[in-house]
Design a protein around this ligand. Structure first.
Ligand SMILES: NC(=O)c1ccc[n+]([C@@H]2O[C@H](COP(=O)([O-])OP(=O)(O)OC[C@H]3O[C@@H](n4cnc5c(N)ncnc54)[C@H](O)[C@@H]3O)[C@@H](O)[C@H]2O)c1
Ligand SMILES: O=C(O)C(=O)C[C@@H](O)[C@H](O)[C@H](O)COP(=O)(O)O
Ligand SMILES: [Zn+2]
Length: 363
């Protein structure tokens, strides 16, 4: 059995551990007690994850002496909104949590983002423990403190930076993820490799990871490597003043595609489309070689993730105009420079439209 990896994240607002390993769910109560203290805990999960894991987590919390309640919302990106957030906040108040108490987010990125935001807002901030159950949440959303809900204008448009107090990633939870959800998550795994680790990118393309029959040791290693890549960025720029924008590689177009598809396309798949589009457009502009673009596209393709879209270019640009990286009449886009290296470029919305046209047509 592989050892648990403990990755320390040190940001100006908070330092905390990310644990990656197997058989960790039974220890959530003890680990939460050590990291957070408090008397009450509320387990937040969605309608798919609650029947699978909420009870085990709640029992572990009760064993560690917590007075424990649970809340679940309808699974899916469609629930990542102000209505669900309001319900969660009311539930925390009804359960009588105080500032020393703990919100435990058990689920994928939607649960982590919305429960994290509820924890940041409730009493102006209580404790938050992330227990990610999708691969995407383990490698990305549970770490770094971005919390949010969507608005009609687009993704993640209302939220806070609020670092969790602890992250517990039990890879055994991936057993119940469908192959297509596992694959979707791989979009963010490829993103981390593309921005920071050329060797990992090559290996992911040559020997794709999957959930079934997989060497758990390698899965733990890949997840831990992803967490370290993200940690190294977040520690240097917690609030996205500059460097942290690199974690948004593929997202300017990806978020637009995700919203324009009415969330039919998953987040990781949308980011995959966004990375391929901007990579092809960057090669056409001479910002990177054609080889760099081809390798990013072929890593995406190796997972069966989409490498382009036939969504109308004007629709993509109109959603992208609401991107958080918008500044004045333009928007910052993250473009590949080499394998494992990206840069931030400011382009006008007109230039963005040209990039979308250059890069987004399906191959
Ligand atoms: N905060 C951040 O830094 C950050 C980073 C990346 C993505 N995100 C956000 O994360 C969301 C995408 O995350 P996601 O792909 O995990 O979506 P999700 O939370 O909707 O989970 C995907 C599906 O998998 C199910 N699921 C999760 N774990 C499961 C398990 N172990 N077994 C069976 N089913 C399981 C969920 O119920 C859901 O139906 C998006 O909203 C995205 O914007 C946030
Ligand atoms: O943590 C970050 O920073 C990221 O950009 C990670 C992204 O994968 C994630 O999807 C994030 O929520 C997008 O950020 P946003 O600020 O564009 O909403
Ligand atoms: Zn993302």
């Amino acid at each position: 059995m592989s050892e648990t990896r403990r990755i320390r994240v040190r940001t100006p607002s908070r330092s905390y551990d990310v644990l990656v390993g197997r058989d960790l769910l039974d220890g959530v109560g003890r680990l939460t007690r050590e990291a957070c203290g408090g008397r009450r805990a509320c387990v937040v999960s969605d309608s798919n994850v609650a029947p699978l894991y909420a009870n085990a987590v709640a029992e572990s919390l009760a064993d560690a002496g917590y007075e424990c309640t649970a809340q679940a919302f309808e699974a899916g990106e469609g629930s990542k909104n102000m209505g669900t957030l309001a319900d969660l906040l009311e539930g925390l108040a009804q359960a009588g949590l105080d500032r020393d108490d703990v919100v435990i987010a058990v689920g994928g990125g939607v649960t982590g983002d919305i429960a994290g935001l509820a924890g940041a807002m409730y009493l102006r901030g209580c404790k938050v423990v992330q227990v990610p159950t999708s691969l995407l949440a383990m490698v990305d959303s549970s770490v770094g403190g971005k919390t949010a809900v969507d608005l009609s204008a687009g993704k993640n448009l209302a939220g806070f930076f609020f670092q969790p107090h602890l992250v517990i990633a039990d890879v055994d939870c991936l057993d119940t993820l469908t192959p297509s959800l596992f694959t979707d998550s791989c979009g963010e795994v490829i993103k981390h490799a593309a921005i920071a680790d050329a060797e990992l990118l090559a290996r992911l393309g040559e020997e794709p990871i999957n959930a079934q029959g997989y060497d758990r040791g390698r899965l733990v290693e890949v997840i831990a490597r992803n967490v370290r890549i993200k940690r190294d960025v977040v520690e240097r720029d917690e609030r996205e003043g500059g460097l942290r924008q690199v974690l948004n590689f593929g997202h300017t177009i990806g978020h637009a595609v995700e919203a324009a598809s009415s969330f039919e396309l998953g987040h990781g798949s949308s980011v995959a489309v966004g990375m391929c589009c901007i990579a092809r457009a960057s090669a056409a502009r001479g910002w990177c070689t054609q080889d760099v673009a081809d390798r990013i596209v072929s890593a995406v393709d190796a997972y069966g993730l989409p490498t382009g879209t036939d969504i109308d270019h004007r629709t993509i640009v109109s959603f992208a105009a609401h991107d958080k990286k918008r500044h004045g009449a333009g928007v910052n886009v993250i473009t590949p420079r080499a394998l494992g290296a990206v840069e931030v470029r400011h382009v006008t919305l007109g230039e963005l439209a040209e990039l979308v046209e250059l890069g987004c047509a399906p191959a």
